[in-house]
Design a protein. Structure first.
Length: 518
């Protein structure tokens, strides 16, 4: 195994828990709440609970809970979106177990939006053939769900949480996981001993220049797992959300215009005001995301424009303020009144379909190492994620991961071997050197935007892989105790893996779309 840390780092504190969960989004929090209460659990947030992909999730959670729906129909829609590469058994579990997790969230007090009759207010999103998406706070489902779960977890005596804690490495030996090394809020390194580590660190958006992900989404869990020897799967499948809010500066996190807006009647039009998705797919704007993203890119290329428009001016101000309060407010800040103005949008990196390979209970190929949520590859999404399945995956497989640990709790033992001296004896000492991390990060992001986006070319991927590999080697051969160092190393590590997998997959499928060289 490889480590990012150097063997001469100073460990200032040693902690021990039965379970360590890295990530405080919906997957991590829900897993913590489903652990046996006899197990001590530490939930680590890189910053805080409001800086995660889960918190930013606008749309909702898909589940077949209405009388005219059926899990089989949800399963069919998921498999179609996955372009034939989804794991059928995993999708079956998601569709059949999902409704009970929605019911559980309701019993826990998550404030899902209700209609005038007091029933769940369901909407439809791209790729679905039924209205089966529950939402909360209009377009703030992630925020409302995370807030509720975090509040409940805070009341559980067996669950501790730490903010501003950055994962550096997962420590293992031949028997499996021993624990993790983190950098704490004080700036010191802590050693957390545990036989069970769950990676729930979310996405990898910062690998790209344009993303809807927060600044903390640097692929930390996936990169650390890869260094520890965990298998990765389907990491070339990157979902680009079709409708990121376009801005002239092109910098920073892109605000997401939820797909549920298209589900409620918004149309995509070009600069001439013409709808173009009707010529691309029978479901037009509600086609699977990879198809809509490619349709927009091709329209932008043919028109020589940087964006297209989303038009929902058919709806009233009152309706839009109530149904999409977050989007309404953000667009208004940008000088766009969505009741009268068309919204400029373009595809941006949004979601990772692959990740750390797991079985149906969150287990990886390393004993004691688990993964759930976006950081995991359960096989559900295949080559393209069906809208609103991401948060459902967090719930279903976060719970199943916790349940698998519960079954093994009798075998959990103390980690007596892991000490600072163990690190000194088993981790190589690297030369300490500070590099220009801002430049290296921007270089990787530009390479990924240019060569591994919505539409890809074979030779271009090969060239990009060589460029990123050079950057990775600079980082891997040195060590710096800063967060900038580990984030840049993780970005380069994940980019390297994405490019390698993308180059190896020669056929176009789902979100991986290859065209002939010019």
């Amino acid at each position: 195994m490889k480590y990012a840390i150097s063997g001469d780092i100073k460990i200032c504190k040693i902690l021990e828990y039965d379970v360590v969960i890295v990530g405080a989004g919906i997957a991590g929090l829900y897993a913590s709440l489903n652990l046996d209460k006899s197990l001590s659990c530490l939930v680590l947030a890189k910053e805080s609970v409001d800086t995660s992909n889960s918190w930013l999730a606008q749309a909702g959670i898909a589940a077949a809970i209405s009388d005219d729906d059926d899990p089989k129909l949800h399963q069919e829609d998921t498999l179609i979106a996955g372009a034939g590469l989804s794991d059928v058994e995993a999708v079956n579990i998601l569709a059949n177990e999902g409704p009970s997790d929605i019911q559980n969230l309701m019993s826990l007090g998550v404030p899902f939006d209700l209609d005038e009759d007091g029933e769940l207010n369901l909407t439809i999103e791209g790729g679905h053939n039924k209205r089966r998406v529950v939402h909360a706070g209009g377009d703030a489902t992630g925020r409302e769900t995370v807030f509720s779960l975090a509040s409940i977890a805070a009341r559980h005596s067996n669950i501790s949480s730490r903010g501003n804690s950055c994962l550096f490495d997962i420590i293992t030996d031949s028997s499996g996981v021993l624990g993790v090394v983190i950098k704490s809020s004080t700036g010191n390194f802590h050693l957390v001993k545990s036989r069970s580590v769950i990676i729930a660190t979310g996405g990898v958006g910062q690998v790209y220049k344009s993303t809807t992900n927060p600044s903390v989404a640097t692929g930390d869990g996936i990169a650390a797992a890869a260094r520890a020897g965990a298998e990765l799967k389907d990491i070339e499948f990157i979902q680009f959300h079709p409708t990121g809010l376009w801005s002239a500066d092109g910098e920073g996190r892109k605000f997401l215009i939820s797909e549920s807006m298209r589900g409620e009647g918004a149309t995509l039009v070009n600069h001439a005001g013409k709808r173009f998705m009707v010529d691309n797919h029978p479901r037009a704007e509600l086609a699977p995301r990879d198809i809509v993203a490619r349709g927009i890119v091709k329209e932008m290329q043919s028109g020589g424009t940087e964006h297209v428009f989303l038009d929902i001016t058919s709806k009233s101000e009152k309706y839009l303020k109530e149904r999409f309060p977050t989007i309404w407010g953000e667009c208004l800040k940008q000088g766009i009144n969505i009741a009268y103005d068309k919204i400029p949008v373009h595809p941006v990196q949004h979601y990772l379909m692959g990740g750390i390979k797991t079985d149906l209970d969150g287990r990886t190929n390393i004993k004691g190492l688990y993964a759930c949520g976006e950081a995991a590859s359960t096989g559900i999404h295949g080559a393209n994620r069906l809208a609103a399945n991401s948060l459902l995956e967090c719930l279903v497989f976060g719970r199943r991961t916790a349940q698998s640990i519960n079954k093994d709790k009798a075998n959990l033992s103390k980690v007596n071997t892991l000490t600072p001296q163990y690190l000194s004896n088993n981790v190589s000492v690297k030369p300490h050197k500070r590099l220009d991390y801002a430049k290296l990060r921007k270089d990787v992001q530009q390479i990924m935007d240019d060569h591994c986006g919505v539409i890809r070319k074979k030779n271009s991927l090969k060239s990009a892989a060589h460029q990123v590999d050079d950057i990775y080697k600079q980082l891997d051969e040195t060590f710096d105790e800063s967060i900038d160092y580990i984030e840049t190393l993780n970005i380069a590590t994940v980019a390297k893996e994405i490019l390698k997998a993308a180059y190896q997959r020669s056929d176009s499928v789902g979100s991986h779309y290859i065209i002939e060289e010019d």
